[in-house]
Design a protein around this ligand. Structure first.
Ligand code: F6P
Length: 326
């Protein structure tokens, strides 16, 4: 394969703290290896619309500490269709871009897999999503920042819950994944967590309230946004209020604050290491893979395996949360 000269770089799907640190690492590593980076704005949408601009050393100055993504991001409907992908390919060719680095999550990698196969294009992905729901990396960019944002918020909720002797149902993000709930449930000392991966948790919560310690002054229940069977936090709150009218129950949805803010040290380090791995992987001839960190080592996982929904949540975690909140 001819030496890669121009790499297109974009962020796609939900933004995540650490994306900017990864952009910086990609640009600086490429320059180190005498390769050009062409920034593509708004993910696949910008690729289709020709939003390309070359990036230099200074265009990534002073961004390692910033949340969001300077390249902006989008969820593209057009790219799901062959015609959209054809337009994107045409734009890439006219800008002389023959390889790509994509920073995003599950939806992004489904798109890059299809596109890379269709147009025989070398593409490496970087896991950028607060959800931590990809296989092939222990941590996705943004997850550590998001869970720290959640526990800061829940600690504040705990203050008011304790003052009013209330039960709070707190909804965290993760439309098909309980990974945010799992860690924050432990760290915030939650009563229990309700997540899409574990069925029938509401009856268990009822049982804990009915038969558990009666002298509790406050209770925090963490519900993942996508909590399937029992509905979201409002539905859980409604059912708790109905069954336990004597409890003073409130619902709090943390929402998009979880996606913003300065990335933690860990997110910046993971982003920097994986940004280097993406560029160097492409130059070594790797393609169709996501660069991740498993047990602190860089590994490259084929897109089709990275996106597979085979994330397992250790059932022991819920036992730990419940045991420790006795
Ligand atoms: O994928 C990241 C994520 O924040 C999910 O946790 C959440 O369900 C979704 O994005 C929300 O997306 P949007 O901001 O497009 O509503």
């Amino acid at each position: 394969m001819a030496q890669i000269k121009n790499i297109g770089l974009f962020t796609s799907g939900g933004d995540a703290p650490g994306m900017n640190a990864a952009i910086r690492a990609v640009v600086r590593t490429a320059l180190f290896h005498n390769v050009n980076i062409i920034g593509i704005k708004r993910g696949f949408e910008g690729m289709i619309n020709g939003e390309f601009s070359p990036m230099d050393r200074r265009s990534v100055s002073n961004i390692i500490q910033r949340g969001g993504t300077i390249l902006k991001t989008a969820r593209s409907e057009q790219f799901r269709h062959a015609e959209g992908r054809r337009k994107a390919h045409e734009q890439l060719m006219s800008h002389n871009v023959h390889a790509l680095i994509a920073i995003g999550g599950d939806g992004t990698f489904r798109g890059t897999k299809t596109f890379g196969d269709e147009y025989d294009m070398p593409i490496i992905g970087l896991p950028g999503t607060i959800d931590n729901d990809l296989t092939g990396t222990d941590f996705t960019l943004g997850y550590d920042t998001a869970i720290n944002t959640v526990i800061n918020a829940v600690d504040k909720i705990r203050d008011t819950a304790e003052s009013h002797d209330r039960l709070f149902i707190v909804e965290v993000m993760g439309k098909d994944s309980g990974m945010i709930a799992v860690r924050t449930g432990i760290a915030a000392g939650a009563e229990t967590i309700l997540i899409p991966e574990s069925k029938s948790s509401l009856p268990k919560l009822f049982d804990r309230i009915e038969n558990g310690r009666k002298d509790k002054t406050s209770r925090i229940v963490i519900v993942a946004e996508g909590e399937g069977e029992e509905g979201g936090a409002f539905e859980v709150g409604r059912r708790v209020k109905e069954k336990f009218p004597h409890l003073d129950t409130r619902v709090s949805i943390l929402g998009h604050i979880q996606r913003g803010g300065k990335p933690t040290c860990m997110d910046r380090v993971v982003a920097s290491r994986l940004g280097v791995a993406a560029v160097e992987g492409l130059l070594e001839g790797k393609r169709g893979v996501m660069a991740g960190l498993v047990e602190d080592e860089v590994v490259y996982t084929p897109f089709e395996n990275a996106v597979k929904r085979n994330m397992q949540i250790d059932p022991n975690i819920i036992r730990i949360i419940e045991m420790l909140s006795l």
